[in-house]
Ligand binder design. Sequence first.
Ligand code: SF4
Length: 346
Amino acid sequence: MKPRPPLIIPVFLPHLGCPHRCLFCDQRPLSGRRLTADGPGAGEVAAEIRAWLARSPAQGRRVEVGFYGGSFTGLPLKEQERLLAAVRPWLRAGRVDGIRLSTRPDYIFPETPAFLRAYGVETVELGVQSLHPETLRLSRRGHEAWHSEAAIAILKGAGLRVGAQLMLGLPGEGTVSTLAGCRRLAELGPDFVRLHPALVLADSGLAALYHQGRYRPLPLVKAVALAARAVEILAVRGIPVIRAGLQTTPELEASLVAGPHHPAFGELVKTRVFFNQLRRRLASFPQRPRQLTVAVRDRSLLLGRGRAGLRRLEALGLLDQTRIVFAETAGPPRLEAIKDVDLAQR
Ligand code: SF4
């Protein structure tokens, strides 16, 4: 059985530690917090942890506190120490098992891991966003691709878990560079990846470009297709995508100007991955008539939204003389040649 995902208690530090605002970014609607010059005090961190544990008991799951929404390691050291120390009593009491935080790749230095580990940090999530030089420049990231490569190597070398966030559809990024970036990221070997389509948020530089007609977001269908390819590329090296798409919140909806946001983006991506894999499997099995056995639990992945997946397979001629049966199996879809055909029962 797969281990249950940890309960992550987010403590948002919108834009704290960031040297400037990246083109696409507005953490206010993403975090649901107003912007402040300072991070929360120890009392506020404790109150957040207490409230989360009361609302969502751990029930055997690991509990982690996640400092998100800014560039944690860009904060003055004293401020980093103050925030991390606020979690220490919870770690000592065994109510919290570890700390994770998000930061920029160019704010990871050789001495960073020892400092973080001393305070119980186990996981660092890097805003890689892209490995394409032109996209990094146009997105005003202020760092280069090698910073991400070096940061992952430093963190992994010190035994920390590394997450990488990739953004799909940023300016200057096309399908070829996106997929090349995924392959390169897969080689770098982060422990997990988050994939987000670039969205046009009201108070971002991207919104200004969009209104001037200088930026066009990806259409939803393209964003899903790219994310699905990214998932497949990363899966070859066993790297899981732990989240695809942003969670819908009232703040995000109010701020969203344009872009491929969908409340079930992750499900759409899963369905597309299933479709891609099934299409390859069907295409490489020429015998007809044949039977396709699909696990009952994968039925919705096969059908797709409004049966769109099934219709696409039919349109490609891949379901000709193919009987589909659903079975209580746990495995991937299975194909076998059959003699006795009643193809009316799909
Ligand atoms: S993308 Fe990251 S580094 Fe850039 S402004 Fe947003 S939080 Fe800060």
